[in-house]
Design a protein. Structure first.
Length: 379
């Protein structure tokens, strides 16, 4: 059934008298708002609809809010309209959840809303959902539910997340992919022009998906993020802290722009990482697992800098065209870490430069091997 929100009695979504025809929409019902709709507020966790359309009318300027601790589940597509004449005004800190009724969700915006963020958490369904994105979106926070894959057809558009981006949860195997190639991929911009701190948790970025971190000041906090065929890139030079966890780089592209990553782990077979700029590892660098070889290639003249320990996996070691330099960020001759191997193997085939001072740094064990590249030691 199709429902229209009139708001003649109150702003309450769950008041049947506020709807034409009278009643409260369910998961299979389509809902529309237009210029004559009154303000609407979701004050419960049991608000549902199929398709939700705010694009009706011209210069629609109704207020819509989801209060803290509450949510609206959109089981089909969500269509927004925003233009200079008005548009939607979002408030509250509840959840606007899209795609919970099936395997696909469509976000449509007939007018760009890049200057008017949705002041709610946009939660996207898991379980192999597919999202089609029309126009650029800006949300306060983005949560992708646990599932096997979440595929986004960006159509050349982006989702900007101002404060936090989380997929699944701790230990999640959640994957974010772009659909197809080129403009069909998806770029999620973490941060914004006024962001001072953003968080990014638990995501596995795969083919045709890019997460671009932009913060004009402050710190990006990252934990348990993998790059497996996708791209992670910076467009601003500020701090990144993995808050005691790891950034796992598997294949794909890590465009560091001179930034420092903390505790970087690369642990998978057949790994190839293309560096578009220097990779600065602020603490430990754990490279390679029990099988395969990790290849760090340079785009032009990129270098991997390791501040503390370098641990080479037992599978096949590391190689590539990028140089690996063991160095501190303060003095080039004062590296205090340890170069060791996790087991038989531990072969390094890159160019290697080691800076140490006063015997504070050392290469340990009998299972560390060096081949092919130029090994330079500064004692």
């Amino acid at each position: 059934m199709a429902y229209y929100f009139n708001g003649t009695t109150s702003s309450d979504w769950n008041n049947s008298l506020n709807w034409t025809p009278n009643g409260i929409p369910g998961t299979g019902d389509d809902v529309t708002f237009d210029n004559n709709s009154g303000p609407c507020q979701v004050n419960s966790t049991s608000a549902f609809c199929n398709n939700l359309d705010f694009s009706q009318g011209s210069g629609y300027n109704a207020q819509f809010s989801i209060t803290s601790g509450n949510r609206l589940d959109v089981h089909g597509s969500l269509t927004l309209s925003q233009n200079t004449a008005g548009g939607l005004s979002y408030s509250g800190s509840g959840e606007l959840r899209v795609g919970f009724g099936g395997t696909s969700a469509v976000l449509r915006s007939y007018f760009a809303i890049t200057t008017v963020p949705l002041d709610v958490t946009l939660t996207l369904a898991g379980g192999g959902a597919t999202l089609t994105l029309y126009d650029a979106w800006v949300v306060d926070s983005l949560l992708i539910g646990s599932g096997a894959d979440f595929i986004i057809d960006g159509g050349g558009n982006t989702i900007t997340v101002l404060t936090s981006f989380t997929a699944g949860g701790s230990g999640s195997t959640y994957v974010l992919k772009g659909y197809g190639t080129g403009s069909s991929g998806i770029t999620i911009i973490l941060g914004g022009t006024t962001s001072s701190a953003v968080t990014w948790n638990y995501t596995n970025i795969e083919d045709n998906a890019t997460v671009q971190i932009y913060i004009p000041s402050g710190t990006a906090y990252i934990q348990d993020v993998e790059c497996d065929g996708g791209t992670i890139t910076f467009t601003s030079a500020n701090s990144v802290d993995c808050i005691g966890h790891t950034l796992t780089v598997i294949k794909g592209t890590l465009d560091t722009a001179g930034m420092t990553w903390y505790d970087v782990t690369s642990d998978n077979s057949s790994q190839t990482v293309l560096l578009k700029s220097d990779l600065n590892v602020g603490r430990d660098f754990i490279v390679g697992g029990t099988s395969g070889t990790v290849i760090f290639n340079q785009d032009t003249t990129e270098t991997v800098y390791v501040t503390r320990n370098l641990v080479v996996g037992s599978g096949g070691g590391i190689k590539g065209t990028a140089s690996i330099v063991l160095i501190t960020t303060t003095l080039p001759n004062a590296w205090t870490g340890q170069w060791s191997a996790a087991g038989p193997g531990g072969i390094v085939q890159n160019n290697m430069i080691v800076y140490s001072c006063n015997s504070r740094a050392f290469i340990s064990g009998t299972q560390v091997y060096y081949e092919e590249g130029l090994l330079t030691m500064y004692a």
